[in-house]
Design a protein around this ligand. Structure first.
Ligand code: G3P
Ligand code: CA
Length: 243
């Protein structure tokens, strides 16, 4: 079996509601190597796992995450929008996912979702919790907010930090090295064989997102990416078994 790592995007989000403990547990049970998750700060400074900066798409609440306390957010139903059987799912705390990762020995990709509006203190809170769980060695912090990643790197130089970007970036390996960061998480259509080679030569892990079709997974495996971020954990595991 190929050693490309499988990161479950927002957990195993094609079979359970994204960014819930159900989705993270299902990813672990299916055999994913790592979990990708998105984080925001609550009004009272807790780090919660939710993709959008508003509540309405994935919970029965409305409004901005940052305007509610943890207690208020924890009352919301974060599962039944996906299926009635997930009605008991809550918006997780980062601590819960760190606990699961430590129990199941999983890699974590924590995405700081602070590219829509500033969330002062998010970087430090995430670092503090990751250290408290002893999980910095198996964690990569990613963000579309590259200023925020520089801040993380300044605080914790050994921690893996990955730029996220959607479009074509000229020589992303140069950009990452110049910024003092360490990994590249590009939108998958922008990834070429030459890019994979340039990253490999410089020891920069390349982990494309979000790859859900088997044909595209095969192409990326063949050019030697380090990991693939996917909603379809079992499809990717099957591709890797056949490789
Ligand atoms: O980490 C890659 C991917 O999660 C970034 O996009 O919108 O799914 O958070 P999004
Ligand atoms: Ca994400």
């Amino acid at each position: 079996m190929n050693d490309v790592k499988v990161y479950a995007h927002r957990g195993y989000s094609s079979v359970a509601p994204e960014n819930t403990m159900a989705a993270f547990r299902r990813a672990a049970e299916a055999g994913a190597d790592g979990l990708e998750l998105d984080v925001h700060l609550t009004k009272d400074g807790h780090v919660v796992v939710i993709h959008d900066y508003t509540l309405q798409r994935t919970t029965d609440g409305t409004g901005r995450v940052k305007d509610f306390t943890l207690e208020e957010i924890r009352r919301l139903d974060a599962g039944s929008w996906f299926g009635e059987e997930f009605r008991c799912e809550r918006v997780p705390l980062l601590e819960e996912v760190l606990g699961l990762a430590a129990d199941r020995d999983l890699y974590l990709n924590i995405e700081l979702k602070n590219n829509q509006y500033p969330e002062p203190g998010l970087e430090n809170r995430v670092l503090e919790l990751t250290e408290r769980y002893g999980w910095t060695g198996k964690t990569v912090i990613s963000s579309f907010n590259h200023h925020s990643l520089r801040k993380v790197k300044r605080e914790k130089p050994d921690l893996d930090t990955a730029i996220l970007y959607m479009s074509h970036l000229f020589e992303p390996w140069e950009y990452v090295q110049r910024a003092g960061l360490s990994s590249i998480h590009p939108y998958w259509p922008t990834v070429t064989k030459e890019m994979a080679e340039s990253c490999r030569e410089r020891g920069l892990p390349l982990r494309p997102f979000t790859v859900n079709r088997a044909g595209e997974m095969r192409r990326l495996v063949s050019i030697g990416v380090e990991a693939i971020i996917t909603d379809k954990v079992e499809t990717l595991l099957e591709v890797l078994r056949d490789d």
